[in-house]
Design a protein around this ligand. Structure first.
Ligand code: SF4
Ligand code: SF4
Length: 74
């Protein structure tokens, strides 16, 4: 299972964040405009469309195995 992860070192804190605006799962959140956005792994489907949305290549991906009980261990 894959999920998008936003790299805070690459993120330029755009306003608005294109990843947050265009994510089809509304999985990206930001506490305030001064904070960098983050991905809610429970909402994120892992589609990785956001790699094409971010102009600063801040989207990385992580993989996490299923725990064998049809649950993800996020
Ligand atoms: S578009 Fe990319 S660089 Fe800009 S705030 Fe969103 S994740 Fe960060
Ligand atoms: S991988 Fe898909 S669902 Fe997850 S944050 Fe990116 S666009 Fe949204």
């Amino acid at each position: 299972m894959k999920r998008a992860l936003l790299d805070p070192k690459s993120c330029q804190n755009c306003d608005p964040c294109q990843v947050q605006t265009r994510c089809p799962m509304q999985a990206v959140f930001r506490e305030s405009t001064g904070e960098k956005p983050w991905v809610d792994f429970y909402r994120c489907s892992g589609c990785l469309k956001c790699k094409g949305f971010c102009p600063n290549q801040a989207v990385t991906e992580i993989s996490h195995p299923c725990d064998g009980k049809r649950r993800m261990g996020w």
